[in-house]
Write a protein that binds this ligand. Structure first.
Ligand code: HEM
Length: 383
């Protein structure tokens, strides 16, 4: 049963009080577990605020960065102004020409994988895919992604020293912004240099904070989703063949994978004044957690939540969050995952897992399976 509790470690507390009072380092944080409560709290930014530099992620990231990430670590009106300014970049993935480019990128990676006897999916497939797709999103040459790939699967956590890794990212961003100053191009760093907020230019910390989130936010989440989808279809080939190239089935499948994988377990909010949460008093300036992973297994909303039903409908999952901070990179993530399924169906005849090492989120109060340290597969091309 170890396997099951690692997949949904919140079920008992969710069915009980609906809150898990968890420990993260020296901090006690009530995790809000039910779907309706998570949605309600996500809407109420006056009581549960995101205006908390470095403290929206749990555990917090004071050691890894010196700037507040935007727009995630802000409430309105700053949040809405930054989000509106970024929308044109983050909505690029809905354009058919963009989707065709990501399709071609995935096809190239799948063909390279089938040409080899075996491939390690996390570092040799998912990481390059995420990084090169990000280069497309940001309007930068694909070659720019090679440096990002060298940072590993997480900009802060893949390796020993999070602070040193954070400094590498910070230096890269400041350098890229400086190089793009005065440019009239439409790449991300040029856009940030020209961007205006309420009639003024962004200051350097704001530009760095936006770029920092852009590089950190969709990295391990996308990599884990890609790796787990490939592992799932290795074990369930008929499901992939049934989906084939059907755009609607592909879209439904991606939503179900985001629900069951829930790549981001949870996120924090800060209570500006003492607040009652599930019988627990949260002190002023202390945090609560909105647990997307638990909400996505809530049996009050999802019939047989433990089952993977690739045609599940409706599927009101909260994998991309809920409310004003709903994932700005969701269009990018969906495009990558849809292209992945389409190209796996079109270009592979079989996928065989040769070896795996699972990666768990190991906290004092729960242990949750999120993805793989390593996943070695043999991919056979379609004959
Ligand atoms: C499957 C992959 C992904 C998952 C599961 C995911 C999940 C989430 C969640 C749950 C939130 C809400 C945070 C909150 O309420 O505080 C969020 C916000 C955000 N995500 Fe993602 N994300 C993914 C991919 C991406 C990608 C690829 C990018 C960027 C390229 C990205 C950029 C962002 C940004 C900028 C925000 C903040 C939005 C705001 O504050 O208004 N995400 N994401």
């Amino acid at each position: 049963m170890e396997q099951e509790t690692a997949i949904d470690p919140f079920s008992e507390a969710r069915r009980g009080s609906g809150v898990l009072v968890a420990r993260f380092g020296g901090e006690t944080i009530p995790m809000i577990l039910r779907h309706d409560a998570v949605r309600r709290v996500a809407k109420d930014w006056h009581t549960f605020s995101s205006d908390a530099p470095m403290r929206v992620p749990i555990p917090s990231e004071e050691a890894m960065r010196s700037v507040r990430q935007l727009p995630i670590e802000a409430d309105p009106p700053l949040h809405s102004a930054v989000r509106d300014m970024l929308k044109p970049v983050f909505l690029r993935p809905v354009a058919p020409a963009y989707i065709a480019r990501i399709d071609a990128l995935v096809a190239e990676l799948v063909d390279a994988a089938t040409a080899r006897p075996q491939i390690e999916i996390v570092r040799e497939f998912a990481l390059p895919l995420q990084s090169r797709a990000l280069a497309h999103l940001l309007g930068l040459p694909e070659a720019e992604a090679e440096e990002w790939i060298s940072w590993g699967t997480h900009v802060f956590h893949d390796g020993e020293d999070g602070a040193a890794k954070g400094a590498v990212l910070d230096r890269y961003i400041r350098n890229a912004l400086a190089k793009a100053a005065g440019s009239d191009g439409d790449d991300f760093f040029a856009v940030l240099n020209r961007a205006e907020l309420d009639g003024r230019r962004l200051n350097t910390d704001e530009m760095v904070g936006i770029a920092n989130l852009t590089f950190a936010g969709g990295r391990d989440t996308v990599i884990n989703a890609v790796s787990r989808i490939i592992a799932y279809f290795a074990a369930n080939r008929p499901a992939l063949d049934a989906i084939g190239s059907d755009a609607k089935r592909i879209a439904f499948a991606v939503e179900e994978f985001v629900r069951v994988i829930s790549p981001l377990t949870h996120i924090g909010r800060v209570c500006p004044v003492p607040t009652e949460v599930g019988g627990h008093t949260v002190a002023a300036d202390a945090r609560v957690s909105l647990c997307w992973a638990s909400a996505n297994r809530d049996e009050a909303v999802f019939d047989r939540p433990g089952e993977v039903r690739l045609d599940r409908s409706p599927n009101p999952h909260l994998g991309f969050g809920s409310g004003i901070h709903t994932c700005l990179g969701a269009a990018q993530a969906r495009t990558i995952l849809r292209c992945l399924i389409r190209q796996l169906a079109a270009r592979t005849g079989s996928i065989t897992v040769l070896g795996e090492q699972r990666q768990y989120e190991d906290q004092r109060s729960y242990r949750r399976w999120v993805g793989y340290e390593a996943l070695v597969v043999a991919m056979e091309g379609r004959t």
